[in-house]
Design a protein around this ligand. Structure first.
Ligand SMILES: Nc1nc2c(ncn2[C@@H]2O[C@H](COP(=O)(O)OP(=O)(O)OP(=O)(O)O)[C@@H](O)[C@H]2O)c(=O)[nH]1
Ligand SMILES: [Mg+2]
Length: 295
């Protein structure tokens, strides 16, 4: 039996969470077309007869502007500290640029094994990609460069085999029926945030926090009350929508995912609250209980 920790690191929106879900075969981490979707480090545990591989999804690397950003930055640091393998993900759809090369180069001295993933190859051609891949060839500290599509699954098997060949640990770290370290409460909140990210425009989604207020099983039906916290009154109006239409849409889409997650009927009630500038306080960390152990 072999085991190991593997962190997925990269800029926002490159497809890290999509890859995690593809590797685990479950919806572990939410995905959206908007950058900075993931806010915490999230473990996805792959259990196979001869392997236990613990993948760690991380927030996209970006500059810190507030306490939430600082929290996200810290979780990236913690996530990559003690892993065996680092997957550095680049978005290949727009070609490999200088800042992508600079990002990879930062890991030159790292003690972990480094694999570079060029993602979204379903959106480009091999002819376009090939000269770009060559730019990475001079980086001898890189174990492998693998063009993949997290969306279609292309080359994900190649990646998995490569990771397996690098693992040396034999400790089993988690129960074999676990596929994530996150609580159901956390996952439920994330499902709601995902729908809000898809449905709401521009800056509003980044100012949202989701709090599960109640989760109670009554005669086999899970009753869930959730507060959607936003930063302005004007945002609250938009989240509620005309005659409550937006909130209803977020709720009905989230309910489908939550029912799949819990495997039972769900009665979901959403409430919208305003908490100005919460991202600049420790609100996310303290009120949501995401303390140091959640980093
Ligand atoms: N075409 C294509 N789109 C992809 C692929 N992988 C991810 N995407 C899309 O890229 C967008 C971002 O995906 P995420 O998985 O949320 O990206 P992320 O790197 O986790 O983003 P953050 O959490 O914000 O850092 C979504 O719209 C995905 O559907 C891929 O292989 N091909
Ligand atoms: Mg993500």
């Amino acid at each position: 039996m072999k085991s190991g920790f593997v962190a997925i690191v990269g800029k926002p929106n490159v497809g890290k969470s999509t890859l995690l879900n593809r590797l685990i075969g479950e919806k572990v981490s939410i995905v959206s077309p908007k950058p900075q979707t993931t806010r915490n480090k999230i473990l996805g545990i792959l259990n196979e007869p001869d392997y236990q591989i613990i993948f760690i999804d991380t927030p996209g690397i970006h500059k810190s502007h507030n306490k939430l950003d600082e929290y996200m930055e810290k979780s990236i640091k913690v996530a990559q500290k003690d892993v065996d393998v680092l997957l550095l993900m680049i978005d290949g759809s727009k070609g490999i640029r200088q800042n992508d090369l600079d990002f990879v180069r930062q890991y030159e001295k790292s003690s972990q094994k480094v694999i570079v993933l060029v993602n979204k190859i379903d959106t480009t051609t091999f002819e376009k990609l090939y000269p770009d891949l060559a730019k990475l060839n001079s980086m001898s500290f890189v174990e492998d460069i693998i063009p993949i599509s997290a969306k279609t699954g292309k080359n994900v098997d190649v990646l998995l085999n490569k990771i397996k060949s690098l693992l040396t640990d034999t400790t089993i770290y988690f129960d074999e029926d676990m596929y994530t370290d996150k609580s159901l409460r956390f996952m439920v909140a994330e499902m709601v945030r995902e729908k809000a990210l898809y449905l709401l425009q521009d800056e509003i989604p980044h100012g949202l926090a989701i709090e599960v207020v109640k989760m109670q099983d009554i005669d086999g039906v899970m009753h869930i009350d959730i507060d959607i916290i936003c930063e302005r009154k004007t945002h609250k109006m938009i989240i509620i929508g005309k005659n409550g239409s937006m909130l209803k849409e977020i709720g009905s889409r989230a309910r489908i995912d939550i029912e799949n997650l819990l495997g039972q009927k769900v009665y979901l009630q959403l409430f919208v609250k305003v908490k100005e500038d919460w991202r600049s306080s420790n609100y996310y960390v303290t009120d949501f209980g995401y303390d140091q152990t959640d980093l």
